[in-house]
Design a protein. Sequence first.
Length: 133
Amino acid sequence: TAETSGLFRATGDFRSFPVPVPACVSAWRDLYRVPERQTAILLPVAPLSVRMDLSLDLPPGMTVEYVPGTLKADNVTAGFSQEVSADGKQVTLQRTTDVPKAQVPAAECASFKKVVASWFTDSQNEIILKVAK
């Protein structure tokens, strides 16, 4: 069974920390699930350029079990990059999101959906720590 406490979810010896997605990007979560679009997507918070830096100091007795990988998804409609490092004492993550225009034409929606999907891939959105024995 899993327990949620503060910022993490605990399952046995593991602690899962969610990596936040900017609120303005979270609003687009369902866009990549729509099979095809016949009309343009209007993005009320675009153009947009967001950089997020996260630093997590490991609590005593914890080790890194999993961190998301480096990722880059970029095309004419949007860009997303992520760099992650872990050194045994600290996990650092940097995410950059760029959406250059407020309207994505219907012909470019498939490209936009690919970038949006990369933001919401579960394996990219959590850091897992383990209680050292």
